[in-house]
Design a protein around this ligand. Sequence first.
Ligand code: 5GP
Length: 116
Amino acid sequence: METRERTIFERIIAREIPADIVHETDSVIAFRDIAPQAPVHLLVVPKTAEYATVAELAAGDPELLAEVVATAQTLAESHADGHFRLVFNSGENAGQTVFHVHAHVLAGGLAEGSLA
Ligand code: 5GP
């Protein structure tokens, strides 16, 4: 029997708690981050709870990772100018708080704070 505690994202996917959902397919969901760090801040989340980090997802289901990236591009085009930063926090010391893999899509006038 599954005893692992469900993450907040599983509860959003199950519609147990509300979220501002902007995109959904059979395999991926995207919604606005509750604490935005940029003018556009979306989370793209594979629906499966099998993978905690992007490296696990890449190893276990590379096609699903590709869908996450393609979704980020599509959403950056529909919500901003198509330019975006894609962030996967991996591990507690990198700031990961939800251990259900997700991509942060940050867009909307980020050039000033460029990391490059
Ligand atoms: P992490 O820190 O794990 O990379 O990212 C988790 C993100 O989920 C954070 O940016 C946080 O603001 C967001 N978040 C946490 N709880 C909720 C929630 O209940 N609803 C939404 N929409 N976002 C959430």
